[in-house]
Design a protein. Structure first.
Length: 334
C-alpha cells in the first residue's frame, strides 16, 4: 500500500490536478462539472490506499470548526475520570466535533493553545483542580487573548481567591471552596469527640482554619510524607502509640481504603484504634468494610453544570456545597 504525504502526491499518482482531486474528495465534483467516471476513479483509489485529506491542512486553511475541546491534566482524579468519559459520551450523542488535549501542569501550553486556535474551537472545558494560582493567572491571560472561545473551569478552586470578577466574560466555572469544606470536616470530627486530627500535608489550611480548630478544641497534626502512603501510615502509627482520641484524614477515598489495609498490616484497626474521615464521596467507598465516613463532593451536580455549558444552556460561576456522608469509620466517642 502506498503512503502519500500530500494531496499533490496522491493526485500525481492518478495523473490529475490537486484541485480536481480535492473537489472530489470533498464532495464538490458535481458543482465543479467533474465527470462521474473521474470521481469514481479517485474515490475507488482513495479507498484502496486508505487515503484521506489532511485534517490539519484543512484546519490551517480555516475549513474546520470544532465544537469543543477538553483539556486534561497528566494525572486525573477518579471522579474527574468519570466526568471526562461522561462528557465524551454526551459529545458523541450530540454528534459534536471535539478535541482532547493535554493540560500541562506548568507554563508550557503553547502547543495546546496553538491547536485550539488552528482547529477554531468554540468551547473549552479545563479540568482545573490541579492548577496552581500562578497557572490559573497564565490561563486567564490566554483567555483574554482568545475571546472567540468560551471557557469552562471544571472543579475550580474557589479558595484561590480568583473570583468571577478576575476572569473575562467568556469564562465560566463550577467548583467549591476547599478551605470551607475542610472547616466543615474539622467541626464534624470534633463533634464526634475526637481531640486530634492527623491529615496529610499539604492540605487546605489557613489561619482561619487553625482558629476553627482551636474553637472546636481539636489539634490539627500535619504529616509530611511525600507521595508515600506507607510513610504516612508509619507516622500515624507512632502518634497513636502515645496519643488517643485521634482521627485520620486523607483527601481521597481510594487512598483512604488503601490506608485502612496498611493499618491492618501494622495491627491497627479502624475505627477501634483511630477514627477516619475521607474526602470525595465516591460510590465505591460504600462497598468496603468498614464503610467510609467521607466529605461528599456533589460530583453529579458539577457534571450537570459542565453538561449545560457544552449544550449551550448554561454558564457563569456555579458554587456547589459538599456534605458529610455518614459511614462506620468515625464513630461517636464516649
Amino acid at each position: 500500500m502506498k503512503d502519500f504525504a500530500t494531496m499533490e502526491e496522491f493526485a500525481s499518482e492518478l495523473g490529475l490536478s490537486r484541485s480536481t482531486v480535492s473537489y472530489i474528495l470533498n464532495g464538490q465534483w458535481k458543482s465543479r462539472h467533474i465527470s462521474e467516471k473521474t470521481a469514481a476513479k479517485v474515490m475507488d483509489y482513495a479507498r484502496k490506499v486508505n487515503f484521506t485529506p489532511s485534517l490539519f491542512g484543512r484546519a490551517l486553511k480555516g475549513k474546520i470548526c470544532t465544537d469543543a475541546a477538553i483539556l486534561i491534566p497528566p494525572r486525573m482524579y477518579e471522579h474527574h475520570r468519570n466526568t471526562f468519559f461522561s462528557l465524551l459520551t454526551k459529545l458523541e450523542q450530540q454528534k459534536l466535533s471535539y478535541l482532547v488535549l493535554p493540560l500541562h501542569s506548568r507554563e508550557d501550553n503553547r502547543l495546546t493553545i496553538r491547536q485550539l486556535q488552528t482547529f477554531r474551537v468554540s468551547k473549552v472545558i479545563i479540568f482545573a483542580a490541579t492548577l496552581s494560582p500562578d497557572e490559573l493567572c497564565r490561563w486567564e491571560k490566554n483567555m483574554r487573548n482568545m475571546p472567540e472561545i468560551n471557557w469552562f473551569f471544571y472543579d475550580h478552586r474557589l479558595e484561590h481567591g480568583l473570583n468571577r470578577d478576575f476572569f473575562p466574560v467568556n469564562v465560566s466555572a463550577v467548583g467549591f471552596d476547599r478551605v470551607s469544606a475542610f472547616k466543615m470536616l474539622i467541626r464534624h470530627t470534633a463533634s464526634k469527640g475526637y481531640r486530634k486530627l492527623c491529615y496529610r500535608a499539604p492540605f487546605y489550611t489557613d489561619e482561619e482554619t487553625m482558629t476553627v480548630a482551636r474553637q472546636e478544641n481539636i489539634e490539627l497534626i500535619s504529616i509530611e510524607s511525600g507521595d508515600s502512603l506507607e510513610k504516612f501510615a508509619g507516622h500515624v502509627q507512632n502518634i497513636l502509640t502515645v496519643q488517643s482520641g485521634t482521627a485520620v484524614c486523607i483527601p481521597d477515598d481510594l487512598q483512604s481504603i488503601r490506608l485502612i489495609k496498611l493499618f491492618r498490616e501494622r495491627n491497627l484497626n479502624i475505627p477501634d484504634d483511630a477514627g477516619m474521615i475521607s474526602w470525595d464521596g465516591l460510590p465505591v467507598s460504600n462497598y468496603f468494610s468498614p464503610v467510609l465516613e467521607t466529605l461528599e463532593i456533589p460530583h453529579d451536580e458539577m457534571y450537570c453544570a459542565a453538561d449545560r455549558f457544552l449544550t449551550g444552556n448554561g454558564g457563569g460561576f456555579v458554587e456547589v456545597t459538599p456534605k458529610i456522608r455518614r459511614g462506620e469509620t468515625l464513630p461517636l466517642r464516649r
